[in-house]
Design a protein around this ligand. Structure first.
Ligand code: IMP
Ligand code: MG
Length: 179
């Protein structure tokens, strides 16, 4: 496996600062409840909340997708639920990456059912070419090509979450693979 740097720590920092400003300007007045999706979004959210000049409540949802190591099945297991109710709150769901959209679709339905005052989505990375279900993305850090990426919280088999930048992994794939 080889790491190919894709987005530098400096570029991430600049984009996250800008996103924080966009979020503060565009979300309805009142406190913002960020819901970070663990574990991949933990680095992003730590930087993002410090860039949002508003009252922010931080909560987290632990999720696990079943399926092959680099492919989601759309079946999402909640490993750790929110600690506070989101009814009546302005909720900002914070994802590391949206790929097929299946995980996000499931989480949006789950949160919507709890009656938030508003529900917006922020993702650091977006792979539009891989989408299988349409999902509303209100704030996107970077659109990226169809490559498996790691770093800045994202992992491959639990490795590389601590890289300060985003890198693509060149996997050894059998010739029959579609990825
Ligand atoms: P989706 O359900 O296909 O949109 O995938 C969403 C989840 O799969 C993300 O929240 C990540 O946890 C994981 N994922 C998708 N693509 C990548 C990648 O390139 N690197 C690391 N994790 C990924
Ligand atoms: Mg994730």
């Amino acid at each position: 496996m080889q790491l190919c740097p894709l987005i530098s720590a400096q570029d991430i920092a600049a984009r996250v600062t800008a996103m924080g400003g966009e979020i503060a300007a565009r979300l309805p007045d009142g406190a913002v409840t960020t819901v970070g999706i663990l574990r991949g979004a933990f680095v992003f959210i730590a930087d993002l909340v410090r860039a949002i000049p508003r009252d922010v409540r931080c909560d987290f949802l632990g999720v696990r997708s079943y399926g092959a190591a680099t492919e989601t099945s759309g079946v999402v297991q909640i490993t750790s639920d929110l600690s506070l109710p989101v009814a009546g709150q302005h909720v900002l769901l914070v994802e590391d990456i949206v790929d097929t959209g299946l995980t996000l679709r499931y989480l949006l339905d789950l949160l919507e059912a709890r009656g938030p005052a508003s529900l917006r989505v922020c993702t650091l990375l977006n792979k539009p070419s891989r989408r299988r279900v349409s999902v509303p993305l209100d704030f996107v850090g970077f659109d990226i090509p169809d490559r498996f990426v790691v770093g800045y919280g994202l992992d491959a088999g639990q490795k590389y979450r601590n890289l300060p930048y985003v890198a693509a992994i060149d996997e050894e794939l059998p010739p029959t693979s579609s990825r």
